[in-house]
Design a protein around this ligand. Structure first.
Ligand SMILES: [Zn+2]
Length: 359
């Protein structure tokens, strides 16, 4: 039954035990070779292209996933404010051509984007997916945090960190406008039928290693909470704590394992658990508050491993963090575009084999 997926995911959001462990995988669809008839560049300006690519992904899989995370190009708001990026050959990374906020005074040029005007194509993707999938499959739309957007698309780390030091009020004026845009857009997504949002913090880098705890609270958490609090009626608020080889919130400040992220009003958390803070450790710390999403390594096994290695990794992840529910199998970050389709299917097969709880 298709609606089992909804109940399964809602059960883990309540940190209950579902009939089996749910799974979800996400990449920059359609920037993957096996969705060859769709365009990543077009999906950034055409909501139907984005929705169709996600539907095509679900069709391409041998098993249907339990939760669909919809992944637009993460600078979609910056594009509407006038930043420009160059898409080449369906490559997932698009080079920055120009950013809208070059000088401190440029923060004042931003305005609150209307979800039904400037962001209508993003909202149209949500509307099409809601119509197609209804309540049979939960899906969440991606919103990067205001700080991530400011650093990596609307402006640059040089500008943001310069203004944080010398012109904090101008930077805050910009962050307020980005925040209000996120609130209006996120609410519109839920109104159109999305089950919630995937809220990304730390993406693009130069955050965990560069900001003090006080700065993270003042320029990050403070705005993030406004968006998440405005969505308290949404069934799923999934927090993605992004990291890379240079920095993560455990190595830089010990935030992850002291429970700092409990301050986020969300149902679930996801991070690269093969890089820092293993899922069983996080379950001890956060398991009474959040559903844990993770267990497969997007950098190693998913990209380079065999289906057998992936099955082993999924089995171990379920044994390590799946006990008593509240756990979803997922990657530590967006899958690389060259991740083989066979490896997506291996995750699903392993969940079918090893994800059933004994009753
Ligand atoms: Zn990430």
């Amino acid at each position: 039954m298709e609606s089992d997926r909804f109940e399964r995911v809602m059960a883990v959001m309540r940190r209950d035990v579902p009939d089996r462990v749910p799974w979800a995988l996400w990449g920059h669809f359609p920037a993957v070779p096996f969705l060859r008839y769709y365009s990543w560049e077009k999906a950034n300006r055409d909501g139907e292209e984005s929705a169709k690519a996600h539907i095509a992904l679900l069709r391409a899989l041998d098993y249907k996933m339990d939760l669909l995370k919809v992944t637009p190009y993460y600078r979609y708001m910056a594009c509407q404010w006038g930043s420009r990026f160059r898409f080449v050959d369906n490559q997932e990374d698009a080079e920055t051509v120009d950013v809208v906020v070059k000088e401190t005074a440029d923060w004042g040029k931003l305005w609150v984007l209307d979800p039904r005007k400037e962001l209508r194509e993003n909202l149209r993707a949500v509307e099409i997916l809601a119509r197609d999938m209804g309540r049979r499959m939960p899906f969440i739309y991606t919103i990067p945090s205001p700080l991530v957007q400011a650093l990596h698309g609307i402006s640059t780390p040089e500008r943001v960190y310069g203004d944080m030091k010398n012109q904090p009020d101008a930077l805050k004026e910009g962050l307020e406008i980005i925040t209000q845009t996120c609130i209006d857009f996120a609410r519109a997504c839920v109104d159109e039928g999305a089950t919630g949002i995937f809220f990304g913090i730390g993406g693009g880098g130069q955050i965990w290693s560069r900001m003090s705890r006080e700065q993270l609270e003042e320029y990050g958490l403070n705005y993030d909470k406004k968006i998440l609090d405005a969505l308290s009626h949404a069934p799923i608020r999934l927090l993605h704590i992004c990291s890379n080889d240079q920095e993560d919130p455990q190595k830089d400040g010990g935030l992850m394992e002291e429970g700092w992220f409990k301050r986020y009003p969300v149902e679930a958390i996801n991070w690269w658990d093969k890089s820092f803070t293993p899922a069983p450790v996080a379950k001890e710390i956060y398991g009474d508050k959040f559903c844990i999403v993770g267990g497969v390594d997007q950098r190693q096994t998913m990209l380079h491993g065999t289906p057998q290695q992936i099955e082993k990794e999924v089995k171990a992840a379920i044994e390590g963090a799946g006990k008593d529910g509240g756990f979803i199998i997922g990657p530590g970050c967006t899958l690389f575009q060259d991740t083989p389709l066979a490896n997506y299917n291996a995750v699903a097969r392993a969940v079918e084999k090893y994800g059933v709880y004994k009753r």
